[in-house]
Ligand binder design. Structure first.
Ligand code: UDP
Length: 470
């Protein structure tokens, strides 16, 4: 039966703004529109929280910053999300709601610049941030940075303004570089900044126990680390849709096994491992000879993700699999639950994955996950309970694991139920943001309380002196 994954889909991104975006050139927002709340800043230099997700360099970090920002606003904070402006046509400020907005600062060319080439523009980002702060008459006593580039910015702002600094890595250079043959020229700088932020931030957030262990053993033992996972929208990514209903909407048949990949097109995501495993599975198992593979994720023909898309296309051609594989392109979160619900299994074959939002999105929709046994995936996917873990790049291992789930529908149903339970209980954005909010409050409270007995003595001595004078 012919699937219809590749038919044109509607514009798929969740509406960005609850109120219309404010156009440039002026950054100034009327103070009357900003009620008195504690303002905090989240910085994500290269991952625009208001961007379309699923294209080159727009993935989990963008989702994290946006979702955390919106959830923190619901908890009572005034949240400003700072990123670098890359598109002259896009608004300088996007309001996600009355208390959460993305602010795009000019630092370097107003165009896409690969993240490894952004370091030289960071001083401009610091200056633009300070200009914005002054123009608004705002002061952010707490800044939460994301990825090492933003960490560098946060460290400079801490030096200059004494802010409380919280950091989430999203990716650790020392682990990432262990998995690639040739280090980029920026590697030494990145590793230095990643060590500095761990030792100097007021708190670093690890998104899984595995990431915490990597920080402590591979970066520095001097960090103050809290483990708070990433989350997902548990209402959106839930078991509300049956497989049959989802397949009907997507124009897919009811009876064929469907294997799903969702994510960016990047060689480190391991799509090659998946397509080779899929080919092996179909070749040797007559029961699975009509299985379908759906690859969800966008690419830009000129970019590195376009190169990966073409490379995967060539591999598929070599394996004679083109007619069994569909490239769905970028799909927004409004329609992604349909794909998860339609699939029998979702595969996350990354070589390295600090957290891996796709795994919890799929599990939330009740879709078992076969994932690489790396990083945060070891924490989110519970083997034999919510899916299976396989060594990265192990084509045979992935073929066996995917086959086990596809061929045992009774067991697969048990995996489905446990997968969605796990996500509901552990990975809601509101739960995650509640933990972050508690952390921020503790840090801010510590800045106004005398920290040490020496401080207390100094305060008492001043009080005695004042009493004597008067
Ligand atoms: N994503 C999306 N549309 C796509 C492909 C991916 O919305 O076409 C989203 C996906 O739902 C997830 C994020 O991009 O929320 C990817 O995050 P993950 O942590 O899995 O990987 P990263 O991109 O950070 O490496």
């Amino acid at each position: 039966m012919k699937t219809n994954f590749d038919r044109p889909v509607m514009r798929t991104v969740r509406p960005l703004a609850l109120t219309p975006p404010i156009a440039p050139p002026s950054f100034a927002t009327p103070r009357s529109r900003r009620p008195e709340r504690q303002a905090i800043a989240l910085i994500s230099v290269h991952g625009d929280p208001a961007a379309d997700i699923g294209k080159e360099e727009a993935g989990g970090q963008n989702v994290y910053v946006r979702e955390v920002g919106e959830a923190l606003a619901r908890l009572g904070w005034q949240v400003d999300l700072f990123t670098r402006r890359t598109d002259p046509e896009a608004p300088a400020i996007v309001e996600h709601g009355p208390h959460c907005r993305t602010i795009r600062l000019e630092a370097g060319p107003v165009a896409f610049v690969p993240r490894d080439a952004l370091f030289d523009h960071l001083p401009e980002f610091v200056e633009a941030f300070e200009r914005f702060q002054n123009a608004e008459g705002n002061h952010y006593p707490l800044i939460h940075t994301n990825y090492w580039l933003s960490a560098w910015v946060g460290l400079r702002l801490k030096e200059r303004h004494g802010v409380q600094l919280v950091h989430t890595y999203h990716s650790l250079g020392v682990v990432k570089y262990g998995a690639i043959a040739q280090l980029p020229p920026i590697a030494t700088t990145r590793l230095g900044v990643e060590r500095e932020i761990l030792e100097r931030a007021d708190r670093v957030v690890a998104t899984s126990p595995q990431e915490k262990e990597h920080m402590e053993t591979l970066v520095s033992a001097l960090g103050r680390i809290d483990t708070i996972p990433c989350g997902t929208d548990v209402n959106r990514f839930s078991t509300g849709l049956s497989r049959r209903a989802a397949r009907q909407v997507l124009g897919m048949g009811d009876d064929r096994p469907v294997v799903l990949y969702v994510g960016r097109f990047d060689p480190r995501k391991g799509i090659e491992t998946l397509v080779r495993a899929f080919g092996r599975l179909r070749d040797r198992d007559p029961q699975l000879a009509d299985a379908q593979l759906a690859l969800v994720g966008g690419w830009d023909d000129q970019g590195s993700d376009g190169r990966e898309r073409r490379r995967i296309g060539d591999i598929l051609q070599g394996l004679g699999l083109e007619s069994s594989v569909t490239f769905a392109g970028r799909v927004g979160h409004d329609r992604l639950p349909l794909y998860y619900a339609a699939a029998n299994v979702c595969v996350v074959p990354s070589h390295y994955e600090p957290f891996g939002l796709v795994a919890i999105e799929a599990m939330g929709c009740g879709t078992p996950v076969v994932a690489s046994n790396v990083g945060g995936l070891k924490f989110t996917v519970v083997p034999e309970e919510t899916g299976l873990l396989v060594p990265p790049q192990d084509v045979e291992g992935f073929a066996i694991a995917i086959g086990r789930i596809l061929k045992d529908p009774v067991w697969a149903q048990q995996l489905e139920a446990r997968a969605s339970d796990r996500v509901q209980q552990t990975f809601s954005w509101s739960g995650v943001s509640g933990h972050l909010s508690d952390l921020y409050r503790r840090l801010l409270a510590a800045t106004i309380a005398p920290a040490t007995p020496a401080d207390l003595n100094a305060v008492r001595a001043r009080a005695v002196k004042t009493a004597k004078v008067s």
